[in-house]
Design a protein around this ligand. Sequence first.
Ligand code: F6R
Length: 581
Amino acid sequence: MCGIIGYLGKRSPKDILIEGLKKLEYRGYDSAGIALKNENKIQIIKSVGKIKYLEEKIEKEKLIDSHIGIAHTRWATHGEPNLENAHPHKIGRITLVHNGIIENATILKEKLEKEGIKFHSSTDTEVIAALIDHYYNNSIEEAITKSIKELKGSYALAIISEEEDSLYAIRCESPLILGIGEKEYYVTSDIGAIINQTRKYVLLGENEIVKITKDGYKITKDGKKVERKVEESTLKEEESGLLGYEHYMMKEIMEEPILVENIIKKYKDNLDKLPDISKYKSIHIVGCGSAYYAAEVGKYLFEDDGIKVEVEVASEYRYRNIIYEDNTLVILISQSGETADTIAAMRKANENKIDTLAIVNVETSTIARECTYKLLIEAGREVAVATTKAYILQVLFLSLLSYKVHQDDKYMKDLLSLPQQLKVLLDKSGFYKKLADAIYKNEDVYFIGRRIDYAISEEGSLKLKEVSYIHSDSYQAGELKHGTISLINDGTIVFAIVTDEVTKDKTISNLEEVISRGAIPIYVGTDDCNYKNKIIIPKVHKKLQPILVVPTLQMIAYYVAYKRGLEIDKPRNLAKSVTVE
Ligand code: F6R
């Protein structure tokens, strides 16, 4: 998704902006650009494709002497990824960059065109610039306030004008923070973009306008001053480097043992730091993509604890007519804490006065701020678009919540051994590479499992398809013969996840059914077996088992994508944080 960085201070902004853009690359983008301001001139440089092309273009230009600048990575929503549509956009005296979507852009554009305004792109962003310029008489602040009253949708904006030595920013349903250095200021959609510069930041509330000048900053809303606390980020700087790995996806999988260990150390003797979910009559767990598949794991864990659970993808949950029972808890799972649908699901529960609990990674995110309770999974920055370590920690937190309800010694013993077991499993990279060799030329791969093994197979299948572009689906093993089995052919790869004691024999029978129709089985289970392709996973407490199985499937997905020569960290069409509906 799009990314924003802006700077005002003593230094020339170019290097700070480019470094910031590079930190935002992981979010997915298709064009990039910067705008620099000096006394009365704005210089805009944009390019399609990678930031390195923008850098090459900047090198060829004579840059104006400047202390104020804004920059952007664009992930196309309105209009194709071309130079005209890349940000920044300038209309009249206003230049800005924008994250989000303006839903009524077409109507506003028609209205402004009738007033003689000429647009140069197909973006909704230009409409915002035109609107602010239209309302701009003496004060940009006033013009922004008037303009946003006409906007429907989401926006995070960094705004400059040749007429003022100021940088303005505002957000609504899209993240944006103010970073504070020594007489230097930053605005960014992602704290990771400025962490090398400063750790101090201020969270901007919805529709609060920050005006930054060399003398400081002022936050206002509807013309009234707003006070906001300066906070300090705990994000570690070294988390943003590859540290010798070829890809972030692999680096992040390899971080799983230590991250799991850190959380275990923090909570094993401090269960009181975790909410007691048993006091709720009913629990809903909501998320998107992998976070939803983590929620599915939670369903099986909590149900076994005797708690009524409903699990739903956020994009559906937000539009359902949910009849909330008294004493319901809604758990929102999100790595970024900025996924638009998950935010909407959270707000729906909040509006219904239902307790909400966020299991979230980004401490500054909307979900972390607006939930009743939050648990930070402390995964550090996740750069690869496909989530790996965050999913594992989300599941670990669900497992700990479940353990708090029913505590037993075997769980604690297995919990303590988990980091080491995980490390041993991840050390076998040669083994996963070999398995990847057997798969990477296939065009169809299926994953089957029952109960919690089905939840695991959903994540295994998603991981494989998103990074390798191989078509893959997951099925409840018992459901296959009600239709899908017709797709099984000579050589079709079928992964069977077989860890659940209650259903393992049934899943094996289903696996045999597909083998007899030509499928090549890959067995992933806790008991040894005679299948040629197999991943044997150490048996641990059932509430911890997914934490040992899923990393092996992540490794296979990685190596399959590697063998296919793909851009593993930034798969096509995907974005790290889906801030639009
Ligand atoms: C898959 C993946 C996505 C995210 C989903 C939710 O590898 O990364 O499916 O899990 O977009 O994102 P968050 O967790 O940020 O809400």
